[in-house]
Ligand binder design. Structure first.
Ligand code: ARG
Length: 462
């Protein structure tokens, strides 16, 4: 049992906290990572209290210097975190008072841990969103560079994982770029709602001191205030929204991973991920496993789980703050750590992967990937599309039996299926012809891919 007197809130208690309950309810083990933002919030709060005359200049200075020293102590690993002091907020405040005496006891004037923790999380998440946006951008730059290098590389595009039509590898990479573009938009949009200040809401109803919230918000770089104190201390929708956005990032990386895994198999053999990003097997000497994308595919499930955890955490809570909300941190932190790590390793890995142009090209030449082009050719010659479809289907059937792709058939062979077919058909059946023909915005023609690269570069520069 702790002595009831060592808790900042122990005044009304006559018994100390049960030792197990103390450990069970403490959050310092994981919320200490908020220390920098907790200190920044306290500094701004102290300056505001000084401005409105609640703290003297001397007291304010003592608080700010004391907090700066504590920050150094924490960063040097010399700060003794105490479970008895529950969380990061009370740990820092108690140590500050140990160090500077009475002025430390005044810091919590007009404030509660309820608005303090909500403020800390928002400040922390704001920084982390900025880091994620930078990593996302690094991956996007890598994709655009790769797309530029491989504009003219042709691979089979798939639907149902069956060969569909030839496409530019650059076009394929830009598909991933587009998904990440929306992911970045979502993060930026979410940041707008994260960057509003709860501080000043105190426990739930506001405070009797003549606080200047706008001033504190300005010091902390908030774009605005949370305008209802009950809402400000209780809702965690901003964190749920962030984890939702993060889980879409992971979903995209997971799909991308799935392709990288398939492509690096001996059966596809389209790419080589590089030894640095793979591991071997302890029993099978020939193995080189694509662990990084596999792990990221796995982590996507975990992050989706965090979204479910958070939205469920919130859904039954009455206003205002409830201790349930302490459970917001671990899923949020784990999401941030894993998304950051996944983006980093992808941004490192993608530009280094080896693209096996010849293998891709050979694969595109198999599987009748230009069958649609032949049908379109017939349409141009006046055959209705449905008939053209039927004619080409028969030609494909013949090709399967003969072990020949369409471009490998002679003119005489092709003419058996339609007399409108002429010598000019072969231009249409080449991979380059097929790809270049899809020449409109969003299409795979190299000219379009180059234009898309220009647009992407402009966006990344902005
Ligand atoms: N550790 C708490 C949390 O993470 C801080 C707020 C505690 N407030 C309270 N009234 N017990 O939510």
């Amino acid at each position: 049992m702790s002595n009831q007197n060592d808790k900042p809130w122990a005044g009304r208690f006559t018994e100390g906290t049960d030792a197990f309950v103390e450990a069970f309810t403490a959050s310092v083990g994981f919320d200490k990572r908020l220390y920098r933002h907790d200190i920044a919030g306290s500094v701004a709060h102290a300056r505001m209290l000084n401005k409105i005359g609640v703290l003297t200049n001397k007291e304010c200075e003592a608080i700010i210097n004391g907090l700066a020293e504590l920050q150094i102590e924490i960063e040097q690993g010399q700060f003794a975190w105490s479970v008895a002091l529950e969380d990061v907020h009370m740990n820092i405040e108690a140590r500050l008072t140990d160090r500077i005496g009475d002025a430390g006891k005044k810091l919590h004037t007009g404030r509660s841990r309820n608005d303090q923790v909500a403020t800390d999380i928002r400040l922390y998440l704001r920084d982390e969103i900025d880091t994620l946006l930078a990593e996302l951008k690094r991956l996007q730059v890598g994709l655009v560079d790769l797309a530029e290098r491989e504009v003219d590389t042709i691979l089979p595009g798939f639907t149902h994982l069956q060969t569909a039509q030839p496409i530019s590898f650059g076009h394929h990479m830009l598909a991933w770029f587009e998904m990440l573009k929306r992911d970045a938009e979502r993060l930026r949009d979410c940041r707008v709602r994260v960057n509003r200040m709860p501080l000043g809401s105190a426990a739930l109803a506001g405070t009797t001191y003549p606080i200047d919230r706008a001033y504190t918000a300005e010091l902390l770089g908030f774009d605005g205030l949370c305008e209802n104190s009950l809402d400000a201390v209780s809702d965690r929708d901003f964190a749920i929204e962030f984890v939702g956005a993060a889980s879409l990032i992971m979903m995209h990386l997971s799909r991308f991973s799935e392709e990288l895994i398939l492509w690096s198999s001996a059966q596809f053999n389209f790419i080589d991920l590089g030894d640095k990003f793979c591991t071997g097997s302890s029993i099978m000497p020939q193995k080189k496993n694509p662990d990084v994308p596999e792990l990221i595919r796995g982590k996507a499930g975990r992050i989706q789980g965090h979204w479910v955890a958070l939205v469920t955490l919130m859904k039954g809570q009455p206003l205002a703050y409830n201790k349930d909300n302490q459970e917001d941190k671990e899923p949020l932190f784990d999401t941030i750590d894993n998304v950051r790590g996944s983006l980093k390793v992808f941004a490192d890995m993608v530009p280094q992967m080896q693209v096996k142009r010849e293998v891709m090209r050979e694969a595109a030449r198999r599987g009748f990937s230009t069958a649609t082009d032949l049908a379109d050719y017939l349409v141009v010659k006046g055959v209705p599309f449905r008939e053209a479809h039927e004619i080409v289907g028969k030609a494909v059937r013949y090709g399967i039996d003969q072990g020949k792709d369409l471009a490998e058939m002679s003119l005489v062979e092709l003419q058996k299926f339609s007399t409108v077919i002429d010598g000019d058909v072969f231009a249409v059946l080449t991979l380059e012809g097929s790809v270049s023909a899809r020449n409109h915005i969003g299409g795979t023609a190299p000219a379009q891919v180059k234009a898309a690269i220009q647009r992407a570069r402009q966006l990344l520069a902005g």
